[in-house]
Design a protein around this ligand. Structure first.
Ligand code: 5GP
Ligand code: ZN
Length: 113
């Protein structure tokens, strides 16, 4: 299995888990860009947002809802947080298994770099 996030989901690569269920796994980013930086990933391998099938829409909805739930669990919901999907190279996607970044615990700048 060559995909890093598939290997994390399978437990072959260690990670600090924040949440998991039948559809999703969330774990702390190894190189955090904010005091809270969690990645929410579907168990199903989907390379980029461009590869979403109509059947994947409930999964993507669950990812967004889980980001909000984790923000609350981690105490950043009231202050604010950012959720980001990077798609392909110009956006900075480096792992080709879709993931939703949940970032918070510091002021965020706009526009992002
Ligand atoms: P992307 O750049 O594709 O949007 O985000 C990939 C994220 O995965 C980066 O923030 C990077 O720090 C994180 N990452 C890369 N390798 C690992 C790893 O082995 N473990 C964890 N927990 N995060 C990783
Ligand atoms: Zn994968």
């Amino acid at each position: 299995m060559s995909c890093l996030f598939c290997r994390i989901i399978a437990g072959d690569v260690p990670s600090r888990k924040a949440y998991e269920d039948d559809t999703l796994v969330a774990f702390h980013d190894v190189n955090p860009q904010a005091p809270v930086h969690v990645l929410i990933v579907p168990r199903k391998h989907i390379a980029t947002l461009n590869d979403l099938a109509p059947d994947d829409q409930p999964t993507v909805g669950a990812m967004v809802a889980r980001a909000a739930a984790l923000a609350k669990d981690l105490g950043i919901d009231a202050r604010g947080y950012r959720t980001v999907f990077n798609c392909n190279r110009e956006a900075g996607q480096s792992v080709f298994h879709i993931h939703l970044h949940l970032l918070g615990g510091r002021p965020m700048h706009w526009p992002p770099g």
